[in-house]
Design a protein around this ligand. Structure first.
Ligand code: AMP
Length: 216
């Protein structure tokens, strides 16, 4: 069963999905993470995606469909998969239903966060260059400045967390990704929760909402 996590960049989808994976034994598929792996490994997909990602724009749909099939190939029907970062437009939402079967896509759960908070989160975010763990310079600083608490790797700023790219990403989200919420709400496969508040508070609300879409 697939549950789509929607929300603007910086809404906390990745962080909450990691918690759900650790506590519920579910799986997470982040298309952003998968693309960053391709970029790091210098694959053909990585070469196409790198410049587009750096600017904060969307990588073409056919590339994403390849990634989706690649990543879902090892997943069993009974696994619960949290999709983080896909679909990002209406064509991708339709492709997902077509690729895995509409009945397997339980629905979307949305994390709602106001724009000013998104900008603050994205501009202060630092990620471990080795294991990918996220920190924030003010809201969640590492114990030792510049080093990852988990693996000791160096912390870096993602190129697309620079101010110009943040603006583009939020605009793309508003104009292109937001219609995806209607896609799921039109046929009753949608729940929304606030993504602002303490981590555990948001986690609780999100888990309840996921339970609702899984049942519906
Ligand atoms: P994320 O880590 O989800 O913020 O994704 C980082 C970047 O990867 C995005 O700004 C896009 O350039 C690209 N990307 C990730 N998922 C998608 C998608 N579903 N469609 C197109 N581009 C994507």
């Amino acid at each position: 069963m697939i549950v789509v996590l929607t929300g603007a960049p910086g809404a906390g989808k990745g962080t909450q999905a990691d918690l759900l994976v650790a506590r519920e034994g579910w799986r997470k598929l982040s298309t952003g993470d998968a693309l960053r792996k391709h970029v790091k490994a210098g694959t053909e997909i990585g070469k196409v995606a790198a410049g587009i990602m750096e600017k904060g724009q969307l990588v073409p749909d056919d590339v994403l469909l390849k990634i989706l099939s690649e990543e879902l190939s090892g997943v069993a029907d009974q696994d619960v998969v949290l999709l983080d970062g896909y679909p990002r437009n209406l064509a991708q939402a339709a492709s997902l239903d077509a690729a895995v079967g509409r009945g397997r896509v339980a629905g979307a759960v949305h994390l709602d966060v106001p724009r000013a908070e998104l900008v603050a989160r994205l501009s202060g975010r630092r990620v471990c260059g080795q294991c990918g763990t996220s920190f924030h310079v003010d809201q969640h600083p590492p114990k030792q400045a510049g080093a990852c608490d988990k693996c000791g790797g160096g912390l870096v700023q993602r190129p697309d967390d620079q101010p110009d790219s943040i603006g583009v990403r939020l605009k793309v989200y508003e104009e292109t990704t937001k219609p995806v919420l209607d896609f799921y709400s039109k046929d009753g496969r949608f729940q929304a929760v606030s993504g602002v508040g303490a981590l555990e508070e948001v986690y609780g609300a999100l888990k309840t909402a996921i339970g609702r879409v899984k049942k519906s």
